[in-house]
Design a protein around this ligand. Structure first.
Ligand code: AMP
Ligand code: ZN
Length: 114
């Protein structure tokens, strides 16, 4: 996908602090962290948002969530807890049009979000 920021990170055209990678997903530190741990987990295949996923993406979506859980545990958030966020579409504030999971933790998170 031309001009997709996260595809460019996957291709190493834009630097990012990668913290996890496997055959399907890549995880890296958010450039503007909103919590002591703020990691972005993305599929290596370009998918614009959760809205564009379908039944055939079940494995990929499960893989993203399990990768997020593993990273959270590796970062020491297993007991204190953490939050996963998938912004989807204009009202959510989604800015980057490549499906991504935010992993947030390391402080008490407010609810509801603003
Ligand atoms: P969203 O608003 O859900 O689309 O979130 C996009 C996230 O990507 C934001 O939290 C940004 O801080 C983050 N972000 C934007 N550019 C970069 C980058 N070059 N490296 C890492 N994270 C980024
Ligand atoms: Zn992309």
């Amino acid at each position: 996908m031309i001009d997709c920021l996260f595809c460019r990170i996957i291709k190493n055209e834009i630097p990012a602090k990668s913290i996890y990678e496997d055959e399907k997903v890549l995880a890296f530190e958010d450039i503007n962290p909103q919590a002591p741990v703020h990691t972005i987990i993305i599929p290596k295949r370009h998918v614009t948002s959760l809205k564009e996923t379908e039944t055939g993406d079940k494995d990929l979506l499960g893989h993203l969530l399990l990768a997020a859980k593993k990273i959270a545990e590796d970062r020491g958030l297993g007991e204190s807890g953490f939050r996963l966020v998938i912004n989807t579409g204009p009202d959510s504030g989604q800015e980057v049009c490549h499906l991504h999971v935010h992993l947030l933790g390391g402080r008490r998170l407010g609810w509801p979000p603003g």
